[in-house]
Design a protein around this ligand. Structure first.
Ligand SMILES: [Zn+2]
Length: 264
């Protein structure tokens, strides 16, 4: 089905309030990476105007809550009707410069999953190096500023390791080390975790157990899908928002019909 058709169907579906029925008992976690206008050449970047359109759509059609509140409700068997949590992976500086003003303008909460050893560094991750681009990371001052402003800071390992590949000893160091560093920098508890790369193959069950042992209360994937009352927060699915979503209504259509799962 063409994306433009999905957008039209999504508009009709939401205009007819069918979403109230289709999204009943659904909790959606959306994942962004970069929000900027300059480099629009890969699937990780959403331009600022499109980001704001998505945020307005979330605010209009969902109950946007902090991820930790969604996790609390899931772990206590409470209803998660139409909840939506906004998350960002890696810690790109444009999150601070471009996403934060939109979130604050619309009074929306969000969680930022940080790769601790990359903050304030000039590390270029493999996916940016492969494309010959370099995007700056937040400084620790910026991470602390987000936290002081009420945004949640979560962990995304120390160096963005593939938890589907590394041995438990290294996984433990990456998980606990990231949490302790964040807690030292913020002076606060850190309990949310998103695993790097986010595909089904990118975490082993043994390493997922270590996420729990390291003091986290959730483990977010990145391969799509929605959550329901009773979903184990250590198997939390997230929907990546990419330039492929030509409009928020296309996103709404995919989510409402349960088609937001990527095959990776
Ligand atoms: Zn990542």
């Amino acid at each position: 089905m063409k994306r433009s058709v999905k957008r039209l169907l999504g508009q009709g579906l939401f205009a007819a309030n069918l979403d109230a029925w289709l999204l009943r008992d659904n909790a959606v976690v959306v994942a962004f990476h970069r929000i900027q206008d300059a480099d629009q050449t890969d699937a990780l970047t959403i331009d600022a105007a499109a980001f704001e359109r998505h945020c307005r759509f979330f605010k209009q059609h969902f109950d946007v809550v902090p991820l930790r509140d969604m996790v609390y409700r899931l772990s206590h068997g409470q209803c998660v009707d139409r909840l939506l949590a906004i998350t960002f992976d890696d810690g790109y500086r444009d999150n601070f410069e471009n996403a934060r003003p939109v979130l604050e303008k619309l009074s929306l909460p969000a969680t930022f999953f940080i790769v601790t050893e990359w903050m304030g560094s000039d590390v270029v991750p493999e996916w940016d190096r492969a494309r010959g681009v370099r995007h700056p990371w937040m400084t620790w001052d910026q991470v602390r500023s987000l936290h002081r402003a009420g945004f949640e800071i979560g962990a995304h390992t120390k160096t963005h390791v593939d938890l589907g590949e590394v041995e438990p000893g290294e996984a433990w160091e990456e998980l606990l080390g990231a949490r302790l560093e964040l807690e030292k920098q913020l002076g606060a508890r850190v309990e949310s975790f998103a695993y790097p790369y986010g595909g089904r193959k990118h975490v082993t069950e043994a390493n997922r157990d270590l996420v729990k042992s390291a003091g986290f209360r959730c483990c977010c994937s990145g391969f799509g899908g929605i959550n329901r009352t009773g979903t184990d927060p250590f198997y939390l699915r997230r929907v990546p928002i990419t330039p492929w979503h030509v409009s928020p209504h296309q996103f709404g259509f995919e989510v409402a019909l349960g088609r937001s799962v990527l095959s990776s």
